[in-house]
Design a protein around this ligand. Structure first.
Ligand code: AMP
Length: 454
């Protein structure tokens, strides 16, 4: 990421800070790497993220060469090797995988598990009220890079963790989190976003729905592609993700989870929709939105943006009651989301939203070696007043200095030569129209500040 694009990143990140602050969220910074075990438990071993996409490193290699080799081999031929490099049975392999996890670290593929770990480790459940945290930073997944999909990408996310509240409160929290998101997208100037909503039920109703789905899929098995056929057994929900043209009509007719929710989940889902309507937030229900992460339950949502091709999701989120408990903490409810910052930037660029870069205010054109100290002094004074000032390290001829000031996009050139230093009156030239003034130091600051770019 290079300037001037980085100015757009700064703009997006400061919009986030303003909006999240207004909703009383505070920043948390979690480590870039954590014990692999945390992600295996917190994200779910069967997810693509954990099973295929993490960058994992051994922690304490007793025999470094051997451990490295095993790590490589175990990924290429997972069935074949033990920690000692011998062929093994599948129980041995499981034991090896377990050991590999407990003795290794991984670059974070997402941050929710880390936030929950911090919540537990620092006893944050004793804090007053709901714990509302946000984060931003790089995440890492081993994926095939393409437009909008990178191995190091950036997320901005927020989580609300709470240990009290009924279903109605939960729905209000969900809606407020979504309201905060839409406010952020508005403030960032992202147009054409769409919010999709679903409920994926809970431990009670989801397994029953999955069976229903499996039965329905079995009936149409012959008409499905090989991937979906396999998923009927392994993970029927993922069939709903299928992009295969020939399967679309079939998927439309499958049973929908929102129609098979238990009374509690139905109550929450109905209330979330009511709360969104009350806040004037429009959404579309999408029964195919099932989220890739194991720990999600009830409310799930996704936001898409234009200009991104097939990778058009800019935000995914949902409720994960029970995750904190799974990681060894007290019973806790949770809802959160992660925005793909790279994609927000891409979409803004597609809309021709240019980097909001602050121009250079003043170029100090000083002449005569003996006048350099005076130039240093005035440059510091202007910088203290909040102006962006370029002070060239070497002396330049007048014409060349003004030419460079122009190329750098400076708004003013401040000319400092023998006369100026002797009289204490500085010559300032507005480069836009060539208007020139002679001003003392105090008026100079006032004049430049008054003409400052907004
Ligand atoms: P997830 O954590 O998978 O729910 O993803 C949340 C958001 O992060 C997605 O909607 C994307 O905008 C973004 N995202 C996920 N993976 C990547 C990636 N490899 N490259 C860029 N953005 C990503």
């Amino acid at each position: 990421m290079l300037p001037p694009e980085t100015a757009l990143w700064n703009f997006v990140e400061s919009a986030v800070r303003d909006v999240f602050r207004a909703y009383n969220f505070q920043e948390i910074r979690t480590p870039i790497f954590e014990a692999t075990e945390l992600f295996a438990r917190g994200v779910g071993e069967d997810t693509d993220i954990v099973s295929k996409e993490m960058f994992t490193f051994p922690l304490r290699p007793t025999r470094p060469e051997l451990v490295d080799e095993i790590f490589e081999m175990s990924e290429m031929k997972p069935d074949l090797f033990t920690p000692g490099g011998e062929f093994v049975s599948s129980e041995d392999k499981m034991e090896f995988e377990k050991r590999k996890r407990s003795e290794s670290i991984s670059l974070r593929p997402e941050a929710t598990a880390s936030v929950c770990r911090a919540y537990i480790e620092h006893g944050m459940h004793t804090l007053p009220g709901n714990v509302k945290l946000y984060y931003m930073g790089p995440m890492f997944r081993r994926e095939r890079p393409q437009k909008g999909r990178y191995r190091q990408f950036y997320q901005i996310g927020a989580e609300v963790l709470s240990h009290t509240g009924d279903l109605k409160d939960d729905a209000r929290v969900d809606a407020e989190v979504i309201e905060m998101l839409t406010t952020f997208f508005e403030k960032a100037g992202l147009e054409g976003t769409a919010l999709y909503l679903n409920s994926i039920g809970c431990k009670e109703c989801r397994p029953k729905y999955v069976e229903l789905l499996r039965a329905a899929l079995t009936k149409v098995k012959d008409k499905l592609g090989p991937d979906s056929q396999r998923r009927i057994e392994t993970n029927p929900l993922r069939v709903l993700d299928s992009k295969l043209e020939s399967e679309q009509a079939i998927i439309e007719k499958l049973p929908r989870i929102a129609e098979h929710l238990c009374p509690d989940c139905l109550e929450e889902y109905t209330e979330v929709k009511k709360q969104l309507a009350m806040r004037g937030i429009s959404y579309a229900q999408n029964f195919r939105l099932v989220r890739g992460l194991d720990y999600y339950m009830r409310t799930t949502f996704e936001i898409t943006a234009p200009g991104l091709g097939s990778q058009n999701a800019v935000c995914g989120g949902g409720r994960y009651d029970g995750l904190v408990e799974l990681l060894g903490g007290p019973p806790t409810k949770g809802i959160g989301f992660a925005i793909g910052t790279d994609r927000v930037i891409l979409s803004l660029q597609d809309m021709r939203k240019l980097p909001v870069e602050r121009a250079l205010d003043v170029y100090v054109a000083w002449m005569g070696e003996k006048n350099y100290p005076a130039a240093v002094k005035i440059a510091r004074r202007l910088r203290e007043a909040g102006l962006a000032v370029e002070l060239p390290p070497g002396e330049m001829k007048f014409g060349k200095a003004l030419g460079l000031a122009d190329k750098l996009g400076a708004r003013y050139a401040l000319i400092i030569g023998d006369d100026e230093v002797a009289s204490g009156q500085f010559t300032v030239k507005r480069l836009e129209d060539g208007e020139q003034k002679k001003l003392g130091e105090r008026e100079l600051v006032a004049y430049l500040k008054a003409g400052e770019a907004p």
